[in-house]
Design a protein around this ligand. Structure first.
Ligand code: FES
Length: 169
C-alpha cells in the first residue's frame, strides 16, 4: 500500500513538474511574441551620414519600418522651401510612401521625378505632386540635423520650422 502511494506521489510530482516546465516555456514563447523585434527597438532613431550621398541620387534608409528617401540636390535642381540645407548643400527628406495608397515610388534621376508604379502618381524633387491621383506631397518625417548627420525620429529646429509653416505634408 505504502509503495503504491509513493508511486502515485512520484507520478503526481513528475506530472506537476512537466506542467510547470510547459507553462514556463509557453510564457516565454508568448513574451517573445509580444516583445518588439530588436530591429524595431533600435529603429527609434536612425542616424544617416549625409557626406556619403551622391548628387541627384536617392538614398533609402529605414526608420520605424518605413522607407525614408534622402535626395541630395544638385545646383541645377529647383530650390524649394521644403529643402533642408546642410553645409550649403540642399537635401530633400521624405517618407518614401505614396500619399495616394502607400506604394513606394521610384526616383528617376533623368526626369527629376518620383514615379509611383501603382497608379501613375508623380512627385517632384521636393515631394510636390506633379501628377494625380496623389493629392498630398510626400511627407517629411521628424528629423534633426547634427553636424553633417541626419537624425531621423527627433524633431530638430529645422523640422519644427517646416512644421510651423505647414510644409511637412
Ligand atoms: S499608390 Fe501611388 S499613385 Fe496610387
Amino acid at each position: 500500500m505504502a509503495v503504491e502511494k509513493e508511486r502515485r506521489d512520484f507520478l503526481g510530482m513528475a506530472l506537476g513538474g512537466f506542467t510547470a516546465i510547459g507553462g514556463i516555456a509557453a510564457l516565454g514563447a508568448a513574451k517573445k511574441t509580444w516583445d518588439p523585434l530588436p530591429s524595431v527597438k533600435a529603429a527609434g532613431f536612425t542616424v544617416v551620414d549625409l557626406t556619403q550621398m551622391q548628387e541627384n541620387q536617392v538614398t533609402i534608409e529605414k526608420w520605424r519600418g518605413k522607407p525614408i528617401f534622402i535626395l541630395k540636390k544638385g545646383a541645377d535642381m529647383k530650390t524649394n522651401e521644403r529643402d533642408v540645407v546642410v553645409d550649403g548643400t540642399r537635401y530633400f527628406v521624405a517618407i518614401g510612401l505614396c500619399t495616394h495608397l502607400g506604394c513606394i515610388p521610384a526616383y528617376y534621376p533623368d526626369q527629376h521625378k518620383f514615379i509611383c508604379a501603382c497608379h501613375g502618381g508623380q512627385f517632384g524633387t521636393s515631394g510636390e505632386v506633379l501628377k494625380a491621383p496623389p493629392q498630398k506631397p510626400l511627407v517629411i518625417p521628424p528629423f534633426k540635423i547634427d553636424g553633417t548627420k541626419l537624425v531621423l525620429g527627433e524633431e530638430g529646429p529645422e523640422y519644427q520650422e517646416l512644421k510651423s509653416k505647414n510644409l511637412i505634408a
